[in-house]
Ligand binder design. Sequence first.
Ligand SMILES: Nc1ncnc2c1ncn2[C@@H]1O[C@H](COP(=O)(O)OP(=O)(O)O)[C@@H](O)[C@H]1O
Ligand SMILES: [Mg+2]
Length: 309
Amino acid sequence: MKKILSIRGVTRSFPGVKALKGVSFDLHQGELLAVIGENGAGKSTLMKILAGVQSHDEGEILIHDQVVDLSSVHKASEMGISLIHQELNLPSNLTVAASIFLGREPNRHGFYDSAKIRADSLKALEMVGLDCSPDCLVGDLPIGKKQLVEIARALLAQARILIFDEPTSSLSTRETHRLYEVIDQIEAQGVSMIYISHRLSEVQRLADRVVVLRDGEVAGTLEKEGIDHGSMVRLMVGRDISQFYLRQSHEAGESMLELIDFRSHAHPDKGIHLKVRKGELVGIAGLVGAGRTELLESIFGVHPSPGNP
Ligand SMILES: Nc1ncnc2c1ncn2[C@@H]1O[C@H](COP(=O)(O)OP(=O)(O)O)[C@@H](O)[C@H]1O
Ligand SMILES: [Mg+2]
């Protein structure tokens, strides 16, 4: 397969930490390359460098074997690189059409050409299968659709390399599957992708190849047939999995915290019952908006709790 992007010996330091210590790997035409690694391994820093958001100290980046200058988002975008951010950053007061064109509105005789913006936005929305009007406000869309707007924006800018930084971390299951479908379509169009994820099952589902970063270095690469859970974890943590999962079981003790019909300000109409015992780790699961954060904030006293007994 043809190389489209080469990263050669890239380093980047922040005060007190060397985030990237000479990273090298290639991205091939039309492949989906997953980049994985534990928290702090340097994944986001590397992606921000590729997208022109952050600078690097040493090393070089080549596109089609030519060294390129990625010192600004504009330059990266001209080279066909687009980053779909971990924190989506579209201004919420803009319409979908305006967001898709933000920063490069087509101009006819010096006027803002709203007819062209509308027509091209419709085309871009269709590419990502998003059935919303170009006139609706980005702020009113759920997160999964905001992300599709960002992808539409990248595709309309003729992105040849699309970078996703943990794109499914705040999506619902349904939104996640929608994203997978869109990714399959994009891949079929020959666009190359770098995909960061900490969900290994998702990496297995999507990736053609995996690069594992550990402490700012490439710990290893897995080809398609070698992508399995055990190999990925071993490369990520640098030791055997049995050690990784080593947990001692113990008995939980007496009740330390008990919620009886407790109301958080997010859902004052619903009472929550919950008990936390000594030496126990209680997980709170739910989708975005389910009220997990608000529950913990209310317990901690950040918000006055409405009508708690
Ligand atoms: N802007 C920054 N200022 C200081 N340190 C940073 C900054 N960005 C990242 N780091 C540090 O660089 C290392 C790599 O971070 P990051 O690239 O975000 O890792 P990952 O995305 O793999 O979790 C971490 O130690 C992090 O604290
Ligand atoms: Mg990150």
